[in-house]
Design a protein around this ligand. Structure first.
Ligand SMILES: Cc1cc2nc3c(=O)[nH]c(=O)nc-3n(C[C@H](O)[C@H](O)[C@H](O)COP(=O)(O)OP(=O)(O)OC[C@H]3O[C@@H](n4cnc5c(N)ncnc54)[C@H](O)[C@@H]3O)c2cc1C
Length: 439
């Protein structure tokens, strides 16, 4: 419930921050006789500018603000609200062009002043940002290159929008209104300073180093890192961090990984990483002593947020076992007495990361484990194929509606599990999932 009220609080803060600059626009002396469509277009423009400013706060990873929702939901919101932002940004000039012929004249090259030009370039950049973000994979853009371009273009389009507002708008002609917009700009610069300077410096002051790399089943490696002359971080089992290795925290080359070790043993952190691309393929070669920088922990995917539950059901596919392993190891470390269920789907036994340790864990906690193999060997006696609702129905205990469910794996598996569990009558607020692919 605590998280629910904090969630409501942060949503209200967001709405106030978006609406406030628009209200300020109508405060005090207004330029007269502009008409409804003109004013409406201005409201859209101001709302879009304040939404642009808040976009940077959304992705600045403020722990308090992201905790009630989880970082993946914040990023999802960032993506969805960008569509509304694009709509506002496009509607702002289009309404003026259609309703005010004088605007068309102002856009002609001869009459175009630099403030109007700044507005036009800002709109073009936003369109470019949206296209490259929505279709990044289809356009074949590498994640790191896309991210660098995304940050640079977003900052440029916001600054150009501010130049446009300060230069052409009569609506902020009074000193009070200029103060509000200057304050917005000031906050934005402070945020930039915090994210790109203060935060990296604090990461530099609390470095980690590679202790060892352990090969696991299923093309995965467990990277064990230890804090260098500091106490390390406390985390909830199932949470993740952004990790920078072979780069400084000032560079933006960092990757999110779930902590797979027990929250009861925070003196070293383990990350179990499957080979996929440039970074993950290098993990196996990380030498002992290599500096590692960590930003976190983040995330709402944790049993500790539902500590009073009568038991947990874990549903993992492939490397989705990593955050779940952290929760299982933590339960074992705490000598938990409740009964839990694990559905673990994978290709074959050889690919099931942590298979042996899971068998060992069954001796420490009451864990009913259902392994589902897509390509089993001939003598396999267990479940085969993909996870199905029918399998859930057969293996879940009678008190299934009271349990909390943690799902992590490929996106189609997560969607199937959520749909089928809900069909079995499990309330949606008992289903918690972690997406490894939210960008
Ligand atoms: C919350 C969360 C927890 C995760 N936990 C684990 C884990 O425990 N084990 C594991 O093996 N994988 C985990 N991942 C996935 C892991 O972050 C990506 O596989 C990894 O960053 C890919 O990097 P790459 O350079 O090897 O691959 P690339 O070929 O560069 O990228 C492959 C895809 O991974 C995603 N990706 C790449 N870089 C990043 C980045 N910096 N930030 C976000 N996404 C990126 C992009 O969608 C990209 O298309 C997690 C992801 C998230 C979001």
């Amino acid at each position: 419930m605590r998280y629910f009220y904090w969630g409501l609080f942060w949503i209200s803060v967001y709405l106030i921050l978006v609406i406030f600059p628009c209200l300020v626009m109508f405060y005090g002396k207004m330029p007269g006789g502009s008409g409804f469509w003109w004013d409406f277009s201005m409201v859209l423009g101001f709302a879009a500018a304040s939404m642009m400013a808040i976009m940077f706060f959304l992705t600045a990873r403020f722990k308090r603000a992201s905790l009630p929702f989880g970082v993946d939901i914040i990023y999802y919101f960032h993506k969805q609200i960008s569509l509304l932002l694009l709509l506002f940004i496009l509607a702002h000039p289009l309404i003026l062009i259609v309703s005010e012929p004088v605007v068309v004249e102002m856009l002609k090259p001869k009459l175009l002043n630099r403030y109007m030009a700044a507005g036009i370039v800002s709109v073009v950049l936003v369109i470019f940002i949206m296209v490259s973000s929505l279709w990044r994979k289809q356009l074949g853009l590498h994640y790191d290159n896309w991210r660098i371009a995304h940050i640079f273009l977003s900052a440029s389009s916001f600054l150009l929008a501010l130049v446009h507002i300060l230069g052409v708008s009569h609506y902020i002609a009074t000193p009070e209104k200029r103060i509000v917009w200057s304050a917005i700009m000031g906050c934005w610069f402070l945020l930039l300073l915090y994210v790109r300077l203060v935060k990296p410096i604090s990461q530099m002051q609390k470095p980690y180093e590679v202790a060892k790399v352990i090969p696991e089943r299923g093309n995965a490696y467990t990277l064990v890192v230890a804090p260098v002359q500091h106490a390390g971080i406390r985390f909830l089992p199932g949470q993740f961090v952004w990790l920078a290795m072979w780069s400084s925290p000032f560079s933006i080359r960092e990757h999110p990984f779930s902590i797979s070790s027990s929250a009861e043993e925070p003196e070293e952190l383990r990350f179990t990483i499957k080979e996929l691309g440039d970074f993950t393929r290098r993990v196996k070669d990380a030498p002992s002593g290599l500096p590692v920088y960590i930003d976190g922990p983040y995330g709402a995917f944790s049993i500790d947020r539902y500590a009073a539950a009568p038991g947990y059901v874990f549903i993992a596919g492939g490397i989705g076992i990593a955050p779940i392993m952290s929760m299982l190891r933590t339960l074992a470390g705490r000598k938990d007495k409740r009964s839990h269920v694990l559905f673990f789907a994978g290709g074959n036994l050889d690919k099931l990361t942590f298979y042996e340790e899971l068998l060992e864990l069954q001796k420490k906690i009451a864990l009913h484990m259902i392994i589902v193999l897509e390509k089993p060997t001939e003598n396999w006696q267990g479940e085969t194929g993909f996870l199905t609702g029918e399998m859930f129905g057969r293996h879940l205990p009678e008190n299934r509606n009271e349990l909390e469910y943690f799902i992590c794996g490929p996106v189609p598996m997560i969607h199937l599990a959520e749909k089928e569990l809900n069909r079995l009558g499990i309330p949606l607020h008992h289903l918690h999932s972690e997406l490894f692919d939210f960008v």
